[in-house]
Write a protein that binds this ligand. Structure first.
Ligand code: TRP
Length: 382
């Protein structure tokens, strides 16, 4: 079997439950336990975001310290990001729905980084192409409804002046051998890859630096991003800041199964945000990895396995009414709901989510500037 290798720039090997346990151990992160979940639930008035209740966000680092600060009335902030390497599909956007939920629940500032420089240095895209994706991805993200007063989008090339200034502080504390070991960089790689991690680490203390007061930073990310923040936890105390805390997800399921990341390279490989209702339905019917049985008879008799079923999973990530999700789960598992019906239910949910996003996106077109990172604005809003 292919060796399990997970870094921000390469993911290989099969990602099953066992693989996640290995990564948890290898990376030294903690699992989110019931105690943490109930603390969050209490703060969120008894509700949990589906990605949390369904254990997609499953691990953390010092999340408890962030909750302590929150409960003691001390401010903290959120930081997350995206590499703008293509159009966004639903698997890319879902983690942002979770971050939005966190922002609303805790009413805190949020930095969102778009690493256009990273996508230029790693991979073979033209800058002009990356810039197009950056602008389009920003629009998709803000259409979810982030608070413009508290949300600051860092597009690396555009925000480079401020970012670079602080990134050099980070770079000064990282050796070449650390980057080689943690990121799998080797001697024939371009030198940009050695420096770039400083750019992704910087937002983990940037708000504290600009405001001149120390705040904890909580970073939601998929587990392949852990190398950045492992290094960040080493470096930030040396600069006088807190180690960043993390809330870490598994990869979201892909349309065609195989428990890998939903890939954006092929049209039929994912559900894109711009897909029409009919396209969503068709893709689900034609390609969605199913937890159902081979024949109708077997399915009625033995039921499906919802836990590996793309349609069920997507539905469950978008439906906030936990009661409804539980009911569908039971009925699908028992054979009462069939695979085709499950796909119809999911198609309905996904396309109504996408429709409302499209409407909002149109209105957001001239609001983008309000969201863009501005160091002066950040200092003033202190
Ligand atoms: N490197 C990430 C990617 O390629 C983007 C990113 C930047 C990010 N900062 C982040 C992701 C913070 C999660 C958290 O997708």
């Amino acid at each position: 079997m292919e060796k399990l290798n997970v870094t921000p720039w390469e993911v290989s090997g099969e990602l099953n439950d066992n693989a996640y346990s290995k990564l948890v151990e290898r990376f030294g992160v903690d699992l989110i336990n019931d105690n943490l979940l109930s603390r969050i639930k209490k703060i969120a008035n008894g509700k949990l975001h589906p990605l949390l209740s369904r254990n997609v966000f499953f691990a953390h680092r010092e999340l408890n310290l962030v909750l302590d600060d929150y409960e003691n009335g001390k401010p903290f902030y959120l930081y997350t990001g995206r590499g703008p390497s293509g159009k966004m599909h639903i698997g890319h956007l879902l983690p942002f729905t979770f971050t939005l939920w966190l922002q609303k629940t805790f009413n805190v500032d949020l930095l969102i980084q778009l690493t256009d420089d990273e996508k230029f240095l790693v991979g073979s895209r033209e800058k002009s192409e990356i810039e197009k994706f950056t602008n389009d991805n920003i629009l998709d993200i803000i259409s979810l409804g982030f608070d413009p007063k508290k949300t600051h989008i860092i597009a690396d090339y555009k925000s480079a002046k401020t970012l670079y200034y602080y990134a050099t502080d980070v770079a000064k504390h990282i050796t070449v051998s650390t980057i080689k070991a943690v990121f799998g960089v080797n001697d024939s790689d371009n030198i940009g890859k050695l420096f770039f991690p400083s750019m992704q680490i910087t937002p983990a203390f940037l708000l504290s630096a600009l405001r001149g007061k120390n705040m904890r930073c909580l970073i939601p990310y998929a587990i392949d991003q852990d190398p950045y923040f492992r290094v960040a936890r080493d470096v930030l105390p040396k600069l006088g800041y807190y180690k960043p805390s993390a809330i870490i997800s598994k990869f979201l399921p892909s349309l065609q199964g195989n428990s890998a990341k939903m890939s954006s390279s092929k049209e039929e490989s994912a559900i894109f945000l711009e897909d029409s209702k009919e396209q969503v339905r068709k893709k689900l019917m034609k390609y969605a990895f199913s937890g159902g049985r081979d024949t109708l008879e077997e399915q009625r008799k033995y039921g499906a396995n919802p836990d590996i079923d793309f349609a069920f999973l997507e539905y469950s990530f978008l439906e906030e009414d936990q009661g409804k999700v539980d009911k569908v789960y039971q009925e699908y598992k028992s054979g009462k709901i069939l695979s085709g019906e499950m796909k119809e239910i999911a198609a309905e949910k996904i396309s109504s989510f996408l429709e409302s996003l499209k409407t909002k996106k149109e209105k957001m077109k001239d609001k983008v500037e309000e969201y863009m990172f501005n160091p002066e604005k950040i200092k003033l809003s202190n």
